[in-house]
Design a binder for this molecule. Structure first.
Ligand code: ZN
Length: 396
C-alpha cells in the first residue's frame, strides 16, 4: 500500500519503534513531517495531526541499488542451469521475442513490487531505454542508468542532474566493452559528477577472458563479430584493470565483485569505490557468493541490489537482507540493515536525502508490523522477514 499525503501538511507519524538508522532506534517514537521533509524525531506524547501506524516499526525506505526492470517480464523464463554464457544468450533471445509492450508491462509491475516491498530509492539499469518514463512517473527516486556495451560510443547520450531522479550511464562490464568506450562513458559521468555503474568480477567466463584473452567469452564475442584484439588483454584482475583505465572513483558503483582478493579490496577502498552486492542473483547464476565478510573486515561499506527477476525471485530488499542474514550469520543485523539503507543511499549519491530518518531528509519511510520487545529483537526481525503484503511505504 502506498500513501501520498499533501506535501504542505504537517503530520506526525507514530509507531512502537522508530529506526532513525540501524544504530539509533527510538522506542514509542514519532516522526514529525513538514512539507515533505523530516522536521524532527521524538519520543512519547506529541500533539498535532497524528497518524498512529501501530506497535511495529518505522524505518527509512530501503534502497535497491541495482535492478533491471526491463527484465521483469522474463521472471521464471530463463533458467540458469546450463551456465552463465547460455543464460545470457537465452536472456537476450527471450527479451527480443517477448516484445516491447510486455517488457514495459513487466517494468510497471516491477515498480509496484518495489514500492510494496518498502523500497523508495533505486539504481535502475536500462539496456533498451524502455524504463525511463515508467520510473520517472513513479514515486521512486534514485538513478536511472542507460547501459551500454560493445566497441562504439553511441552518438547521443543524455544525462541530467535532476535532484530526485538522475539520468546517468552504466557500462555493462569490462568483458563486454572496449577499454576506450569504458573510459569514455566514465568520463561523461565524471564531468557531471554523477554515478556510473558497472558489473564487475561477476562470472568465471569474465575472469578467464580478462586474464587470458581466450575461452568461452572470447568465442561468444567472436561469434558476434566483436573484435577485441586491441583490448590489451590479459590483465591481472577486473578491479586492477579498471584502476589502470582510470574508471575507479567515489562515483563508480562496482556491482557483484564475486572474484576479488584483498589487494582488490585495498584498491576499491583507496578510490572510495561504491560496492553493490546482489547475493541471491549470484547464488542462482553462479552458485557462488562474494566475500562479504572479508569486504566488511577491510572497511568496505557495500549496498544491496536484487539484480533482475531473470536471476532473483523478487525485487524485495527485505528478501535480499534475509538471504544475506542466512548466508552470513556472523554479520550483525545492524550491518545488514545499513547496507539496505545508509550505504545504498550514499552509494547512489542520495545520502543527504535518504538512508536514515534524520531531520532535513526526505519523508520516505516504511512501516513494518513487527511485534518485538527489544532493539536486538527488532533488528533481527527486520533482516529476517519478507513483510510481503504487510508493509506500508510512505513516500513524499
Ligand atoms: Zn545486473
Amino acid at each position: 500500500m502506498k500513501f501520498h499525503k499533501n506535501v504542505n501538511s504537517s503530520v506526525i507519524h507514530k509507531a512502537g519503534w522508530v529506526v532513525i538508522d540501524p544504530y539509533t532506534i527510538v522506542r514509542d517514537g514519532f516522526v514529525h513531517v513538514d512539507s515533505g521533509l523530516i522536521k524532527d524525531i521524538g519520543r512519547g506524547s506529541c500533539s498535532g495531526h497524528i497518524i498512529d501506524h501501530g506497535p511495529g516499526a518505522l524505518l527509512p525506505v530501503l534502497v535497491n541499488a541495482h535492478t533491471h526492470l526491463e527484465l521483469c517480464a522474463l521472471k521464471d523464463k530463463v533458467l540458469p542451469e546450463k551456465g552463465f554464457r547460455n543464460w545470457v544468450e537465452n536472456l537476450i533471445n527471450l527479451r527480443n521475442s517477448v516484445g516491447t509492450k510486455n517488457l514495459k508491462t513487466g517494468a510497471i509491475n516491477g515498480v509496484k513490487e518495489l514500492i510494496e516491498s518498502g523500497c523508495g530509492v533505486i539504481g535502475e539499469i536500462s539496456t533498451l531505454g524502455l524504463t525511463w518514463k515508467i520510473v520517472s512517473n513513479s514515486s521512486l527516486r534514485g538513478v536511472w542508468f542507460r547501459e551500454f556495451l560493445g566497441n562504439v560510443l553511441p552518438e547521443e547520450i543524455a544525462c541530467n542532474e535532476n535532484k530526485l531522479l538522475i539520468k546517468s550511464i552504466a557500462g555493462h562490464a569490462p568483458h563486454t566493452l572496449s577499454p576506450e568506450l569504458l573510459a569514455d562513458l566514465k568520463n561523461i559521468t565524471r564531468k557531471k559528477n554523477i554515478p556510473f555503474s558497472i558489473h564487475l568480477a561477476e562470472s568465471e567466463d569474465e575472469i578467464e577472458f580478462l586474464q587470458t584473452g581466450k575461452g568461452k567469452w572470447a568465442e561468444f564475442l567472436s561469434e558476434r563479430g566483436i573484435d577485441f584484439s586491441s583490448w590489451n588483454l590479459p590483465v591481472e584482475t577486473p578491479v586492477r584493470y579498471l584502476e589502470d583505465l582510470g574508471v575507479l572513483d567515489e562515483n563508480t558503483i562496482a556491482v557483484h565483485l564475486i572474484h576479488t582478493d584483498e589487494k582488490d579490496f585495498e584498491i576499491l577502498l583507496r578510490h572510495n569505490v561504491r560496492v553493490c552486492l546482489c547475493l541471491r542473483s549470484n547464488f542462482n547464476l553462479h552458485n557462488m557468493l562474494p566475500d562479504l565478510a572479508g569486504m566488511l573486515k577491510a572497511g568496505i561499506k557495500p549496498c544491496l541490489g536484487t539484480d533482475s527477476l531473470a536471476s532473483a525471485d523478487s525485487l524485495s530488499i527485505f528478501d535480499e537482507m534475509t538471504f544475506v542474514s542466512k548466508s552470513f550469520p556472523s554479520i550483525p543485523p545492524a550491518e545488514i540493515l545499513a547496507m539496505a539503507t545508509l550505504n545504498g543511499a550514499s552509494s547512489l549519491g542520495f545520502g543527504e536525502m535518504f538512508g536514515s530518518l534524520t531531520p532535513g531528509k526526505r519523508a520516505a519511510f516504511v512501516y513494518v508490523p513487527v511485534n518485538v520487545s527489544s532493539r536486538s529483537g527488532l533488528l533481527h526481525a527486520l533482516v529476517n522477514a519478507d513483510f510481503k503484503g504487510s508493509c506500508k511505504t510512505i513516500l513524499q
